[in-house]
Design a protein around this ligand. Sequence first.
Ligand code: DLL
Length: 447
Amino acid sequence: MSIPDSQPPSSTAPTLWNPAAETMPRAERAALQLERLRGLVTRAARVPFYRDQFAHHEIGPHSIRSLDDIRRLPFTTKSDMRRHHPLGLLAVPRKELARIHGSSGTTGTPTFVGYTARDLDIWSELCARFLVAGGLRPEHTVQVAFGYGLFTGGFGLHYGIEKVGATVIPAAAGNTRRQIDIMRNLAPEVLICTPSYALTIADTARDLGIDPRTLPIRYAHLGGEPWTEDMRREIEEQLDIAAFNNYGLSEIIGPGVSGECQAHDGMHIQEDHFLVECLDPETLEPVPEGEPGELVITNLTREAMPMIRYRTRDIARIYREPCTCGRTSIRMSRVTGRTDDMLIIRGVNVFPSQIEEALLRVEGTTPHYLIEVSRPGTLDEVHVKVEIHPEIFSDRMDRMQALCERISREIHTVAGIRAHVDLVEPRSIERFVGKAKRVLDKRNLKD
Ligand code: DLL
């Protein structure tokens, strides 16, 4: 399998990092995808999970004659990953791993993902592509305000920036005043973080008496959580920058699956490495072109952890019209929702079942609760209303306060988020005949 060499951006093609790959004629790219898909089936057969499924359905590289034959391959879900926790889906010996990342799961244990040195190299290449598409040049400085750790945002983008030859400031997430100090001292042109954190930086600057529009940032690559066109306008206006969207998920690679170019008209999917289907989540048949559906992604080149038809649960649209920027890939819209109940709170993936697990660890609580998510300013807020047993309900404020704090700590331990807890009287939360509605999401995240 050969990967086209990446080139530093030249002055004649300033927004293309890898012109050969990014402007490859579609037919040629389809041929490359087909060759890579066959290779993937061969490699995936080293993973017992896939080997058993291939054997059951009599599938091998010979079964893949055209790209449509991907539909003969099995799906992979988050629960498959959990069943093979921690690293049961590796296709290489453990000693060949160069790095392990993870994302939060429903049980408080992260789902781990492994990378070989070559996987890491491809990952940096893909991040370099969308960074350059937004205007990154080797002479720029970039402030990365994503978490550095198991989360793929920090390290993924970090090495992409280094690949381009630009300067990285690994500021990491949090401590917003210090972020602003760093910006004023080191004058980075580019900011990388979640969209909501970009707004927090603007708010904090104002609190400090600094006009956020005077900060040196000229543009930002934002991702890791859903946002809207309205939010883009706010961010661009408040910080006087151009804001670019980028999408990815740890199971597939992390950031780098797709990203916007300067046309700001959808995110270019890096199709030489990912085969993306857009399916009706009920029938699992392709939706008509341009209609919203669940993204199902196959990573064609990953060595350590091949993923075949991973059901992302993310809803988006895919379109094929050529882009004015000259890239030939298909593009995806913003993510407008999810097919499961996963919430993304300040960039942390949280399932309602995690909150329930935390509640039930505390004596005196009942399984009757409501999670209210709002975004009063720029950041998500979570309020959890919990019914408690009558005998626990007390007039003593201090006892009730202690109980709230205990529950809040458990939620933090299990789900990794800070929530406000309100104890409510027995039987005050609505009861449901069918599926209980446990989440009231008041954020308007649809476009
Ligand atoms: O959030 C990877 C990433 C980091 C992407 C930094 C971009 C920038 P996970 O923690 O595994 O990985 O969460 C993946 O986040 O399935 C989407 O639901 C959501 N998500 C990621 N990017 C976007 C985006 C990283 N641009 C989950 N718009 C995905 C909307 C996004 N949702």
